[in-house]
Design a protein around this ligand. Structure first.
Ligand SMILES: *Cc1c(COP(=O)(O)O)cnc(C)c1O
Length: 375
């Protein structure tokens, strides 16, 4: 059945609504950058890096050009390279695996917990070999994953946990912020993330001064800190612009409030959809304080459900329809058995989720979903 899409009644996301009250503050950042002509580095970048390190409860934050670079440069700073393996959940955005290939290492795809669709120690364990150099724990959908559990598993192996925090700005595991749980935390500030820039941006957070120093050097053409004309290692250009850093600093002051609004939206969805036949909600571990980047449910006949919701004016997304191990770009990569990921890829459906989404809109989406899902 084909259903013509109708006018959007409930949009998937709504950045303008978050930005409207902040337009004067954004203007001040723009003017200050224009006047100072300090576009690269400087006080706005330093200030945001200080703020974000504090938010993640770590000593160092290095701004980079995007979240994919954050992952790649963190892996490189840890010495991960050819001949080594990096364990990656198959249920993640492709960038997580791309970063592994970019450093010349091999991704090994693992399955996820059936309740949360996150990696945990039990799904990582079967993938470990003497070649394992790192495990990328992805805090997907805004939930915090069990980093301490994975670290326990890696004890004595020399392998490190790198956190992919691109969907989890402000999430916590047992009260500790993501980005400060593993050896390095990697953030994306892509506009649609919980904390988004006006374009691309990213950051690496870490308590390890050597990792921070190496990421900063790699991101700045491998330059020596003492003499900028000496390029000590092969680096590249991956910087967070002063303008983006200034805008992010403004938005970061509102992140907790926005995340609280997302939590409220999630609670309305849970009340509307909990226990409804044919709709499976994501489970949340008690140790994880989620920031609800995405409201993901699982349904059968997902494409039909999406089309009918679209006809009712409800915008949805899919994160992600093709898991990493089925992507042509990663063909030939090693993988453990992936029954949960493979099944979830056919069922996951992301409902409208953003700060400020009203209870009436959540009720409208929920009744539309209940109506189109076959009981
Ligand atoms: C967005 C995202 C990335 C990549 O971030 P970019 O800034 O777009 O490069 C990596 N991992 C996950 C899980 C993401 O959602």
């Amino acid at each position: 059945m084909t259903v013509a899409p109708s006018a959007v009644r409930v949009p998937f996301a709504d950045l303008m609504r978050m930005h409207e009250p902040l337009l004067d503050e954004f203007d001040r950042v723009w003017r200050s950058v224009s006047r100072s002509a300090r576009f690269i580095g400087g006080e706005l970048l330093d200030g945001f890096e200080r703020d974000w390190a504090a938010a993640c409860d770590v000593r160092h934050c290095v701004g980079v050009a995007n979240g994919t670079d954050a992952l790649e440069l963190a892996l490189r700073a840890l010495g991960v390279g050819p001949g080594q393996e990096v364990v990656v959940p198959a249920n993640t955005f492709a960038a997580t695996a791309e970063a592994v290939l970019a450093v010349g290492a091999s991704p090994v795809f693992v399955d996820v917990d059936p309740g949360t669709l996150l990696v945990d120690p039990s799904t990582v364990a079967p993938a470990l070999t003497r070649h394992t150099a790192a495990v990328i724990v992805v805090h997907l959908y805004g939930q915090a994953a069990d980093v301490p559990g994975v670290q326990q598993l890696l004890r004595g192996t020399g392998a490190a946990v790198v956190e992919d925090c691109a969907q989890a700005h402000g999430a916590r595991w047992r009260g500790r912020p993501v980005g400060g749980l593993g050896k390095a935390g990697c953030f994306s500030f892509y506009p649609g993330k919980n904390l988004g820039a006006f374009g691309d941006g990213g950051a690496v957070t870490t308590d390890d001064p050597e990792v921070a120093r190496t990421v900063r050097q790699l991101a700045d053409h491998g330059r020596s800190a003492i003499d900028k004309h000496v390029h000590q290692i092969t680096g590249r250009n991956s910087r967070l612009d002063a303008l983006q850093a200034g805008l992010l600093a403004v938005k970061a002051r509102h992140l907790d409030a926005w995340n609280r609004q997302r939590r409220q939206v999630h609670e309305w969805y849970a009340a509307e959809l909990g226990g409804v036949g044919g709709i499976r909600l994501m489970e949340h571990r008690p140790q994880s304080r989620s920031v609800h980047h995405l409201e993901v449910v699982r349904v059968e006949e997902r494409e039909r459900v999406r089309a009918e919701l679209s006809a009712l004016g409800v915008e949805t997304g899919v994160h992600y329809p093709v898991p990493c191990h089925e992507q042509p770009a990663f063909a030939g990569s090693r993988a453990t058995a992936l029954p949960v990921t493979t099944r979830a890829a056919r069922q996951v459906l992301s409902l409208p989720m953003h700060p400020g989404l009203s209870q009436a809109a959540v009720a409208e989406v929920s009744s539309a979903l209940r109506a189109v899902v076959a009981p």
